[in-house]
Design a protein around this ligand. Structure first.
Ligand SMILES: Nc1ncnc2c1ncn2[C@@H]1O[C@H](COP(=O)(O)OP(=O)(O)OP(=O)(O)O)[C@@H](O)[C@H]1O
Ligand SMILES: [Mg+2]
Length: 269
């Protein structure tokens, strides 16, 4: 079966104008994501996770290699792909409902349907009563929820999420995780989700992909074989497989972190 997203030997370099040096963020990374899969990406800070999402979104062109979505090469952003950025990107001059409805307006969805969808997401994200508020009137966690709602409301087939729940309190985060899984299964989204939390990756992912330290490549790809109904915070701790996945993934990230430190020391020496 053809993958929904095919990342083929991607190389990406940034140019740093202050040092006149190139920074290689990704180095020959390949990854296939089947239609409807929920894949979580983990790896040490700076290994290129956000870069990979920008490239799939079409916001940046790779230095080498290519990315296909539905068999077509990604050359620009498109409505088939939605992204939730690491630093929440919502429009400061639009209210909560104005932000959530933004993608629907771009897609020229008729007003009644748009308003219905906006209402649904306002309720889903626990934003009722704040529809007319502007981002500066909201807490960080609420802004983050608006950013998630804004992306999901536009109904893209591919959802790219960069640590979307990082600034939420534990309780809200758990609710959002469950909601996202429900949406993912119900509406058959293909999701690439970046997180620093190994626990979050295991609870959400059909598969967890561990990246190496910079320049990033795929270090390991681990299917999570815990049934969805067992992936609740209240029962997961007792799940032997959960403990094992967590140990394995943490060990791999640790290895990469240590290798990164050694590489940095070698440069300093
Ligand atoms: N615009 C840029 N210009 C120059 N270098 C950049 C730029 N953006 C990222 N980099 C570098 O590329 C590497 C990968 O960055 P990226 O943001 O993709 O990492 P990340 O895995 O998302 O990290 P984190 O977990 O901290 O969010 C880093 O070393 C970073 O310093
Ligand atoms: Mg990042």
């Amino acid at each position: 079966m053809r993958a929904k997203i095919s990342v083929e030997r991607i190389v990406h370099e940034y140019f740093n104008p202050s040092t006149w040096q190139r920074v290689r963020a990704l180095d020959g990374l390949s990854l296939d994501v089947p239609d409807g899969e929920f894949v979580c990406l983990v790896g040490p800070s700076g290994c290129g996770k956000s870069t990979l999402l920008y490239l799939i979104a079409g916001l940046t062109r790779p230095t080498g290699g290519r990315i296909l979505v539905d068999g077509r090469e990604v050359v620009r952003p498109g409505r088939d792909r939605g992204m939730v950025f690491q630093e929440f990107a919502i429009l400061p001059w639009r209210t909560v409902e104005g932000n959530i409805g933004h993608g629907l307006e771009i897609a020229q969805i008729p007003r009644p349907a748009k308003e219905e969808t906006v209402r649904r997401y306002v309720a889903l994200m626990g934003l009722s009563g704040f529809e007319r508020k502007y981002p500066h009137e909201l807490s960080g966690g609420m802004r983050q929820r608006v950013a998630v709602a804004r992306t999901l409301a536009a109904d893209p087939e591919v959802v790219l999420m960069d640590e979307p729940f990082a600034s939420l309190d534990a309780q809200t985060r758990n609710v959002m995780q469950e909601e996202l899984v429900r949406i993912a299964l119900h509406e058959r989204k293909t999701i690439v989700f970046v997180t620093h939390s190994v626990d979050e990756a295991i609870i959400l992912g059909d598969r967890v992909v561990v990246l190496t330290h910079r320049p990033g490549r795929v270090k390991a790809s681990m299917p999570i074989e815990i049934p969805r109904e067992r992936r609740r915070w209240d029962v997961l701790g007792a799940e032997e497989r959960f403990v094992r996945y967590r140990q394995d993934i943490l060990r791999m990230i640790r290895e990469e972190f240590d290798a990164q430190e050694r590489a940095a020391e070698a440069v300093r020496a």
